[in-house]
Design a protein around this ligand. Structure first.
Ligand code: T46
Length: 138
């Protein structure tokens, strides 16, 4: 599974803690866009897609949430709850986000501007895309 937990620096003193993330240093891509997800109702599920090329670092900067990750071969569920830990997704991986705690904020640092054509929103198409990639078919 090409999704990895990324520990991020914590700069803590008596005033609190600060975490900074630099593109191409703390994450292996230039940061071209950020977005954040918040005000998610309990029981809501989001995502249900994969990206063809987009690389992302997802950080739950407040509260917690879970992600189901599926690379076409295996599935795993990851819980994010630490603002000093990111989840790096650098490959086409099907993702679903759920179980947001009240007030949770999921921050995404990503490698490219918004491009709807980079999304694969059908699970069958995703499996086919993965199969073709593994076979080296254009
Ligand atoms: C991802 C997961 C983790 C924009 O206009 N610009 C943007 O940069 C983004 C990300 C979204 N939007 C619009 C498109 C939709 O009308 O915001 C609306 C909600 O987006 P979406 O349904 O794609 O949100 P999620 O939570 O299902 O997925 C998002 C990201 O889109 C996706 O890249 O990997 O979070």
């Amino acid at each position: 599974m090409k999704a990895e937990r990324y520990p991020l620096p914590r700069h803590s003193d008596e005033r609190g803690t600060l975490t900074a993330v630099e593109g191409e240093r703390d994450v292996p891509f230039p940061i071209r866009r950020i977005y954040y997800i918040y005000e998610v109702d309990a029981g809501a599920h989001r995502g249900y897609h994969a990206h063809k090329t987009l690389k992302q670092l997802l950080i739950c900067v407040h509260g917690s949430c879970r992600l189901l990750l599926d690379n076409g071969l295996e599935r795993q569920v990851v819980r994010l709850s630490d603002p000093a830990e990111g989840l790096y997704i650098g490959e086409p991986i099907w993702r679903e986000m759920f179980d947001f705690s009240p007030g949770a904020v999921l921050l995404a640092l990503v490698s490219a501007p918004y491009d709807p054509s980079d999304y694969i929103r059908d699970y069958g198409e995703f499996l086919e895309y993965i199969r073709r990639e593994q076979e080296g078919v254009e």
